[in-house]
Design a protein around this ligand. Structure first.
Ligand code: G16
Ligand code: MG
Length: 214
């Protein structure tokens, strides 16, 4: 039975993808590389270095590690400026209610994010105190689809992976959940999120019953 639900952040609890897109797009423009919203889909759940390298490869560029570090710093500074405007209004509808129901049922709530800015974002969304444990990119070596961040979250929650459900909007995240030995719920398009046991269009459509019955 389910004893903990571990949520992804970007694309599940809030829409930061649009801010990541704007910041990467500005950088790509500067480098003379075409970068579209369609391209941005490929970067969901992918960590910062992986995302930069994807864009550089699209432009046929190979840069030194020092140059990569400088560009990542530039993109992140821009991204931080953009998310500085985030408020509790940016929390997706239905999240507060689902969290309250999970808590009432004695089910723990965890976070497993590929973002190094996860703590800042959940603070802005006003939900930081609701997590029993937060695992993010600052604590892991291997990014999704590696299961590390989900396993770290389960460990922090003190719940065995087989009693955890993971909730993800990215294919790489679904794979990470499955490799962690957890049950995977997808948020988004069922045709895209292969490997999820169930897929819901939004987190609002995901109900407590769906979790306890999975
Ligand atoms: C998120 C986003 C990715 C982003 C990554 C790293 O992952 O989906 O697009 O590249 O974080 O973000 P940062 O540059 O802030 O460290 P998740 O797992 O929360 O969906
Ligand atoms: Mg995500």
């Amino acid at each position: 039975s389910c004893r903990a639900v571990i949520f992804d952040l970007d694309g599940v609890l809030t829409d930061t993808a649009i801010y990541h897109f704007h910041a990467w797009k500005a950088l790509a423009d500067e480098l003379g590389i075409a970068f579209t919203e369609h391209d941005n889909e490929q970067l969901k759940g992918v960590d910062r270095l992986g995302s930069l390298r994807w864009i550089l490869q699209k432009g046929g560029l190979t840069l030194s590690e020092a140059e990569e570090a400088r560009l990542m710093q530039q993109k992140n500074a821009h991204y931080l400026e953009l998310i500085d405007h985030m408020t509790t209004a940016d929390l997706y509808p239905g999240v507060q209610q689902l969290f309250a129901e999970l808590r009432q049922s004695g089910i723990k709530i965890g976070l497993a994010s590929a973002s190094k800015n996860a703590a800042f974002v959940v603070e802005r969304l006003g939900i930081a105190a609701q997590f029993d444990y937060i695992a993010d990119a600052n604590q892991v070596i291997n990014s999704k689809p590696d299961p590390e961040v989900f396993l770290l979250a389960a460990n922090g929650l003190g719940v065995a992976p087989e009693h955890c459900i993971g909730v993800e909007d990215a294919l790489a995240g679904i794979e990470a959940i499955n490799r962690a030995g957890m049950k995977a719920i997808g948020i988004g398009d069922a045709r895209v999120l292969n490997g999820a046991l169930k897929v819901y269009p939004t987190v609002q459509a995901l109900k407590l019953n769906d979790i306890t019955e999975l």
